[in-house]
Design a protein around this ligand. Structure first.
Ligand code: PLP
Ligand code: SF4
Length: 334
């Protein structure tokens, strides 16, 4: 029994988050990468800093500058190049904002920006420029959104997103959920989180128990882009959620150099279903400023999906979609 492991257990996931790597020089050293990358990293991370939790770091192969997990978190010089059509708000979040923290785009469901930060900074993130400062940071600040939801009986489902909603403490998370549970026309709760993937400590027994005991039927949508993410403590956390009867789905983004091959996508989907996680969406990259170097042409995406359909059972093939401003749903790419 190591006393270090015991004290980590007591300190919990917030402690794990505090230990995440934020210093570019430390990242290069830990992963045995050439130190001449440092200047580029430092320049690229000024407005969206490097952030990688330890658990995720342990799933990256040292010495491999092309590691598919590393590429998702490594700031690159290409991010600072302006590219036409790659903009600050590619999906029209601003226009869909109905109350502080509340985005309403699609019939029957609304999304809450439940937390302003993440446990990892994915370089391709479509909300990397989102004005989180303007969104609620306390339960009281949710009042206008909760009033809107309560007044709109066409809403049956609330999505908690962000940022990452699971960065809220259980106390704050369930205080918000309690308010939603009191709204009679709501039937479902969906939590969109990357924490079970990048900071699996967050998936505590207590959290699972509380999620299970809600009136609202709850779904968890995680976000992994490569099979190598779904290993170690991440796999254990997902198995625990599934064993507790919580439906877990995965959404991935099609990313150049990360998962733009039939083999990588097939392995990702296989790994998901083996863990009891259903592949939900494969997103075409949103054209956000700083992420152009991740873009895979739609024509290539369609080829990949066609190949997956041949290799996998129907339920293991994700829906390939793109988010278009002011469309009434995600738009299927076929
Ligand atoms: C993607 C999204 C949803 C959920 O869409 P589903 O197709 O139901 O998964 C809901 N609200 C907003 C604002 C979204 O961007
Ligand atoms: S976890 Fe999600 S919201 Fe956060 S940086 Fe990554 S893609 Fe963006």
């Amino acid at each position: 029994m190591s006393s270090v492991a015991e004290s980590d257990l007591v300190r919990g996931w917030q402690f794990s988050l505090s230990q995440a790597v934020r210093d570019p020089a430390q990242l290069l050293e830990r992963l045995q990468l050439p130190s001449n990358l440092l200047a580029e990293l430092q320049q690229a991370q000024t407005d969206f800093p490097l952030l990688v939790p330890e658990s995720y770091l342990q799933r990256i192969q040292p010495g491999n500058a092309a590691d598919p997990l590393l590429l998702q978190v490594l700031p690159l010089g290409a991010e600072v190049n302006a590219v036409p059509d790659f903009v600050l708000d590619p999906v029209g979040d601003g226009a869909a904002r109905r109350a502080p923290g509340m985005l309403h785009k699609y019939q029957g469901r609304a999304l809450l920006i439940a937390h302003h930060s993440c446990a990892v900074h994915c370089r391709y993130c479509f909300r990397r420029h989102y004005p989180y400062d303007e969104e609620p940071k306390s339960l009281a600040a949710w009042e206008p959104a909760l009033t809107e939801i309560a007044a709109d009986s066409s809403l049956h489902e609330i999505l908690l997103s962000g940022g990452d909603p699971l960065l809220l403490s259980d106390r704050r998370l369930f205080a918000l959920i309690d308010q939603l549970e009191d709204i009679p026309h709501l039937r479902r709760l969906r939590i969109h989180s990357r924490l079970p993937i990048v900071l699996p400590d967050r998936v505590t027994r207590d959290f699972i128990q509380r999620l299970k005991s809600l009136r609202l039927r709850s779904y968890l949508v995680v976000h992994a882009n490569h099979a190598q993410e779904l290993t170690g403590d991440c796999a254990t956390a997902l198995e625990e959620l599934v064993a507790a009867g919580i439906p877990v789905m995965n959404q991935a983004v099609l990313l150049k150099g990360v998962n733009d091959s039939v083999e990588a996508l097939e392995e990702l989907c296989e790994r998901c279903v083996d863990l009891g996680v259903l592949p939900y969406y494969l997103h075409q990259l949103d054209r956000v400023q700083g992420a152009a170097h991740f873009e895979v042409p739609v024509s290539r995406g369609l080829e990949l999906i066609a190949a997956l359909r041949v290799r996998l059972p129907g339920y293991a093939v994700p829906r390939y979609v793109v988010e278009e401003k002011s469309a009434p749903s995600k738009t299927p790419l076929v």
